[in-house]
Design a protein around this ligand. Structure first.
Ligand code: UDP
Length: 233
């Protein structure tokens, strides 16, 4: 059974491009996609972002300290994760949610051992709270989880089609890489994924697959074919 860590950005749950928060339809859509992958036979650990609420980089815009905005962002990942975990259970998929930060008795604190035991019982494991440390991102949290659990892949599901040589939004002629080495990604400082996450995956030899969220169900074969998206290896 392939063990994969899926990093899903908060944007996938977002109401619309402007609005903050999540739409419950999108939460159920993601849950149903994950159910499909679960039934296919993947062992899944999910790390959800919180960018549909806010991101640390916006602290100046809000005139709130970076520390506070980062803390709010980590709490936002718990809000998203609670919704997704509940939706998965309602879809009949055994799922557990752990948090890297203490949030009271409605969400157990994360540990590698607890998550491994949950895998043995064939649960989808969701880890909220990011790294639990400000100034980081959920990409880095996903990289750490992938290392801790010896994942076969870290899969970053995003709104673009993979890793480009330039920003594809700013330049429509940007070229999509089919694969790129960790070092080239780091030298070019490509910003589709946090450099700290890529550095960790390089050091611990975890391959990263960057894929458009719209292809999530195709992972059942794309993980072997890789005819879409970009592999960072
Ligand atoms: N965050 C943090 N530490 C972490 C993970 C997240 O401080 O380990 C904060 C940070 O402000 C980040 C926000 O939570 O911008 C939301 O996470 P992220 O940007 O990774 O979400 P995504 O863009 O993937 O939805």
């Amino acid at each position: 059974m392939k063990k994969i860590v899926l990093k899903i950005s908060g944007e996938s749950l977002q109401k619309d491009t402007q609005g903050s928060g999540f739409s419950i339809e999108n939460v159920y859509k993601v849950a149903s996609d994950l159910k499909y992958l679960y039934n296919f036979g993947f062992l899944l650990l999910i790390v959800l972002g919180g960018g549909n609420f806010l991101r640390g980089a916006q602290h100046k815009e809000y005139n709130i300290s970076r520390l506070s905005v980062d803390s709010m962002g980590m709490i936002a990942t718990i809000i998203n994760s609670l919704a997704l975990c509940d939706a998965l259970k309602k879809e009949g998929v055994p799922s557990v949610l752990y948090s890297t930060i203490q949030v009271g008795n409605f969400c157990e604190e994360y540990s590698v051992e607890k998550a491994e035991n949950a895998f043995k019982d064939r649960n989808i494991v969701i880890v909220g709270g990011g790294t639990g440390i400000p100034y980081f991102s959920t990409d880095t949290s996903a990289a750490i989880r992938a290392i801790e659990h010896g994942a076969d892949w870290l899969i970053k599901l995003t709104k673009v089609d993979g890793v480009y040589n330039e920003d594809p939004v700013a330049n429509s002629r940007a070229i999509l890489y089919n694969e790129i080495s960790y070092d080239e990604f780091l030298i070019k400082k490509i910003n589709v994924m946090d450099l700290s996450a890529v550095t960790l995956c390089r050091d611990f030899l975890i391959p990263i697959y960057v894929l458009n969220m719209k292809h999530i169900r195709k992972l059942s074969y794309l993980i072997d074919e890789r005819s879409e998206g970009t592999v960072i290896y």
